[in-house]
Design a protein around this ligand. Sequence first.
Ligand code: ATP
Ligand code: MG
Length: 465
Amino acid sequence: MAMTGPTPCSSMSNHTKERVTMTKVTLENFYSNLIAQHEEREMRQKKLEQMMEEEGLKDEEKRIRRSAHAQKETEFLRLKRTRLGLEDFESLKVIGRGAFGEVRLVQKKDTGHVYAMKILRKADMLEKEQVGHIRAERDILVEADSLWVVKMFYSFQDKLNLYLIMEFLPGGDMMTLLMKKDTLTEEETQFYIAETVLAIDSIHQLGFIHRDIKPDNLLLDSKGHVKLSDFGLCTGLKKAHRTEFYRNLNHSLPSDFTFQNMNSKRKAETWKRNRRQLAFSTVGTPDYIAPEVFMQTGYNKLCDWWSLGVIMYEMLIGYPPFCSETPQETYKKVMNWKETLTFPPEVPISDKAKDLILRFCCEWEHRIGASGVEEIKSNPFFEGVDWEHIRERPAAISIEIKSIDDTSNFDEFPESDILKPTVATSNHPETDYKNKDWVFINYTYKRFEGLTARGAIPSYMKGGK
Ligand code: ATP
Ligand code: MG
């Protein structure tokens, strides 16, 4: 719900302006939350009625279901009031690191359920202007309720950090898988690209553009099926997405000459050696970003299909098509893709694969998918794919999981001190993040169904759905 009204005029002090904004945000959130909660409740009721209708229940059965549902709603309300916090979870292990925090495997103390907890340090986010980013991530994760997207269950905050509690995907991420293997076979590539096509299409259908499709954001569930994570960049604050970043740094470019002249084996080795570092940096990698995203002229959802083409190339060739020694060089190559998108003769791939890559990585006006996802699904490269049942069938590479908290598909990360308040505050003595806490308003979220499953292993942990 947008509120209109007088905008702070230029004669106001910054302090006053901030107070005005703060009040506006608080009010807006209060009312939109009330309305949203009411609407969600109505929707759940409608869904229940619809389901009972479809099942053809008798009146008496309906009455029992309705009363069970009402009880669930009451429990939900109560749980919404009880504040979850860090003390409700036991941290088991660091399983991932990103630019603005880290991801840990945690266990909820009362139920024993395991989750992935993403921790984002408030001070860092304010410093790096990532607030729009985190709000976007929260908003989208809440709305996307699909098999193809990582489920989020709770979020909460304390003085120092924001916490996102998500389903734990024990298969690890595609980046880690690609680091381990030289290349994937065409069959394996067909499987992962096909699943990712369905995943991307599912968020497009919700009206979202991901804009940051890359192997690090493709996670694998316990059966080896793909799920999308990371919607943080929908507002686009990461430097890799900003054209100015490359303009400013254009002068002191080191030459890419040595890299250009490497054979594909050496290129793949160099790429793999530097890859993880790139994933942790706040700059990010421009390797997967479509050229039109860098331009002022605008872009649409087709940019996600370009990124998929880059991933497909990397799976089959061993490194992405525009990889270079520096992000600036990569950016130049992306912009100049008509000359730079080439296939090394020493790595043979099928004509069908090559054709599809070139259908993904071309001007957006001519790109595959412009007329809808069916155009992609019927491409010859996907011949034989059972689009309807792909998620229920065995994955191309099966995942071995010994227990619900098995982390063998993740790299080792050293323990960090992100959860230790003393260290965190002494690092940022002058940051007034406490006074700015209102920018994180509305961050806390609890999921309806996630709160009712107790004791048993949630079905998503069994995977393969
Ligand atoms: P950004 O890409 O915006 O910089 P980030 O890199 O900080 O975000 P994520 O990409 O969400 O954070 O997570 C980092 C890594 O942690 C992932 O690449 C993955 O290996 C691991 N990870 C994230 N979420 C999960 C999850 N739900 N289950 C298992 N592992 C996860
Ligand atoms: Mg990431």
